[in-house]
Design a protein around this ligand. Structure first.
Ligand code: PHE
Length: 337
């Protein structure tokens, strides 16, 4: 019996087979258990002899099974290591490193520039009330200038903001009409436009607002001049043209001189020598009053610009949709810009 069991152990090729052998010989229904169970029927003198013999046989079989099992396990491990070996001389796969989106970089650059002039950064909600988006900016219901800024309505009173100008009114309101304000506000805005090379239903703006005693148009011009010089280079000139916004009076549009302009054929400024880059003006007295400021005592200027447009001029990008379609080949070009 022992011989037979040991032979089977020797021939076993898997751990499962060993398990079966253990059950067969050493299990509750196995021959050794049977012998031990039948001891009672044996003559008294034979019991210790048979008992010892049975125990020894059981131990030897158990040892053999154990030894074989560890050998099988070692072999399996060996095999696995052989199959899984790693060729450390293979070249590594390059890791794709991301970087800031061009629009993010431009916005941060503009933020830094204005922080340097003492402005603080504010933010406001993209879902805005009709009051802040229009009414508080001197655009009452039915005002014809609302047509220019058609947007996505959520309810009659709630809409996706069409510009960052509502943050002007929010910031002034929060100061209770007393303290001066000096802030810029970057953020997303929405218009009901059909997307093409120069229009997008969602784009970004940066608003600027300065309110204090004795703020004059020359202060506005000085700040904008500094901005243009830092952003586009000292050699660029600016000019202010009269314009209209309901929330500023007087209102202007700012142009900067065209760098690439060679006259007639210039693609950037169409030969005019100037490129429009932002809208601005002196805060309308009605806007100051609605926000709780005494317009006899306080005055201010505001401006609004589009970072996409600025990035397009700076880098010669010809289609605004490049900013949103996220083609990494486009984005990568500006990772160190
Ligand atoms: N909110 C205006 C626009 O979106 C821009 C602007 C801002 C003009 C501040 C004047 C002052 O067109």
């Amino acid at each position: 019996l022992e011989h037979e069991a040991l032979l089977k152990v020797e021939q076993a090729e898997t751990v499962d087979e060993l398990k079966n052998i253990r059950v067969e010989y050493l299990g509750k229904k196995g021959p050794i258990t049977e012998v031990l169970r039948g001891m009672g029927k044996l003559p008294k003198e034979e019991r210790p002899v048979i008992g010892q013999l049975a125990n020894e046989v059981r131990e030897r079989i158990a040892d053999a099974i154990e030894e074989k099992q560890s050998r099988l396990e070692d072999e399996a491990l060996e095999e696995q290591l052989k199959n899984e070996d790693i060729d450390v001389t293979l070249p590594g796969r390059p890791v794709q490193v991301g970087g800031p989106h061009l629009l993010t970089s431009i916005i941060e650059e503009i933020e830094d520039l204005f922080i340097g002039m003492g402005f603080e950064i504010k933010e406001g909600p993209e879902v805005e009330t009709d009051y802040y988006n229009f009414e508080a900016l001197n655009l009452p219901k039915g005002h014809p200038a609302r047509d220019m800024q058609d947007t996505f309505y959520i309810t009659e009173e709630l809409l996706m903001r069409t510009h960052t100008s509502p943050v002007q009114a929010r910031t002034m309101n929060a100061k209770n009409g007393k303290e001066p304000v000096k802030m810029i506000c970057p953020g997303k805005v929405y218009r009901r436009d059909n997307d093409d090379a120069t229009h997008s239903h969602q784009f970004t703006q940066i608003e600027g607002l300065l309110v204090d005693e004795n703020v004059r148009m020359s202060d506005l011009k000085g700040v904008l001049q500094e901005f243009a010089a830092k952003m586009f280079g000292r050699e660029r000139r600016i000019r202010l043209r009269p314009s209209f916004f309901p929330f500023t009076e007087p209102s202007v549009e700012m142009d900067i001189s065209c760098k690439v302009c060679g006259g007639e054929g210039c693609s950037v400024c169409k030969g005019t020598g100037w490129i429009e880059i932002l809208g601005a003006g002196m805060v309308h007295p009605n806007v100051l009053e609605m926000a709780g400021y005494d317009s006899e005592k306080y005055s201010g200027f505001a401006f609004g610009m589009g970072p996409e447009r600025i990035a397009m001029l700076k880098h010669g990008i010809d289609d605004i949709r490049h900013f949103y379609t996220n083609d990494v080949r486009f984005l990568k070009q500006y990772h160190n810009a």
